[in-house]
Ligand binder design. Structure first.
Ligand SMILES: Cc1cc2nc3c(=O)[nH]c(=O)nc-3n(C[C@H](O)[C@H](O)[C@H](O)COP(=O)(O)OP(=O)(O)OC[C@H]3O[C@@H](n4cnc5c(N)ncnc54)[C@H](O)[C@@H]3O)c2cc1C
Ligand code: FES
Length: 279
């Protein structure tokens, strides 16, 4: 039996600096032992514990999609001890990943539905995983209309710029990218995510909204979806809590009787209504 505390050894294959401020980078890892890629079989919405020898571990959402083979990607903001050490790593360096951990976006529930993806800031990572998964040739027919509303504070803070450009050219995803404050280089939309959601006004018919972003964005976006008559069962989000073990053993991440690491991080608003407001 595999020991869930032992990380899989991985090599940093590629590092992409995502934003002008250089404090958000995407890391592409390749498994040192190819058979470990099978053991790390994941679903969009899950996370991994990135492990750096002598520094510790950090829970980070998986930014790539399982439809992308041969590697796994994470997008990480430099915050403290572990994430700073990660940002100093170079391509070719060795480190570890534990996982996949947590539940996931509920793909079976989402199948056959129209999907409205709403993202803000760097919390867009696991939404990107879901979008790549849904747009995959083999999976696209399983989902209805896909609408994506994604915002960042400035154009220089938008993640995955090449992908956004490619998705913008497709006719099977309805993409609305916005920035809080435009600059002279920006030809796109300006405005806060909740305002854009109000303007786009996605239909609630057979639709599920998947929303991730900073707390303030969530606070102002939810009323828009309530006004559009989305039920709490059909609004999903992913919680971030302080974590240690990631597998429901240490009790660090509990909210009421749920462990965010094991029962989450994905919850519907209806489920969150039944929990104490510790998150
Ligand atoms: C399920 C999950 C998915 C996540 N996905 C991502 C992701 O895709 N990209 C990303 O950049 N970050 C993500 N995070 C947040 C990330 O785990 C923390 O920022 C990270 O643990 C900080 O580690 P550190 O050792 O560098 O910082 P530390 O030295 O531990 O702390 C630095 C600062 O960050 C704060 N902090 C530490 N852990 C958390 C946390 N879990 N939530 C909020 N604040 C924290 C501390 O209070 C402190 O102010 C995720 C967290 C969870 C629980
Ligand atoms: S992190 Fe240990 S129980 Fe969730």
């Amino acid at each position: 039996m595999n020991n869930p505390y032992v990380p899989f050894p991985v090599r940093v294959d590629k590092i992409i600096t995502e934003v002008d401020t250089k404090d958000i980078k995407s890391f592409r890892f390749v498994f040192v032992n190819p058979e470990d890629e099978q053991k790390f079989a994941y679903i969009p919405g899950q996370f991994g514990e990135l492990s750096i020898y002598g520094k510790g571990e950090s829970p980070i959402g998986i930014a790539s999609s399982p439809t992308q083979k041969g590697y796994v990607e994470f997008t990480v903001q430099k915050a403290g001890v572990v994430t700073s050490a990660l940002h100093e790593m170079e391509e070719g360096a060795l480190m570890g990943i534990r996982g996949p951990l947590g539940n996931s976006w509920p793909l079976e529930f989402l199948k056959g539905k129209n999907i409205v993806v709403v993202g803000g800031g760097f919390a867009f990572t696991t939404l990107r995983s879901l979008i790549i998964y849904m747009l995959d040739e083999k999976n696209r027919k399983d989902f209805g209309n896909i609408t994506c509303i994604y915002g960042a504070r400035t154009p220089g803070l938008l993640l995955y710029k090449n992908e956004l450009e490619a998705w913008g050219k497709r006719d099977d995803i309805n993409l609305h990218v916005t920035v809080d404050k435009a600059d002279s280089s920006w030809k796109g939309r300006e405005g806060f995510v909740p305002a854009v959601c109000k303007e786009v006004a996605p239909s609630n018919e057979n639709a599920v909204a998947v929303i991730c972003g900073p707390p303030i964005m969530i606070r102002f976006t939810l009323p828009v979806f309530f006004d559009l008559n989305f039920s709490k069962e059909n609004i999903l989000t992913s919680l971030e809590m302080r974590m240690k073990c990631g597998i429901g053993k240490c009790g660090r991440c509990n909210v009421g009787n749920k462990y965010v690491c094991k029962d989450g991080p994905v919850f519907s608003l209806a489920e969150l209504d039944n929990l104490t407001k510790e998150y």
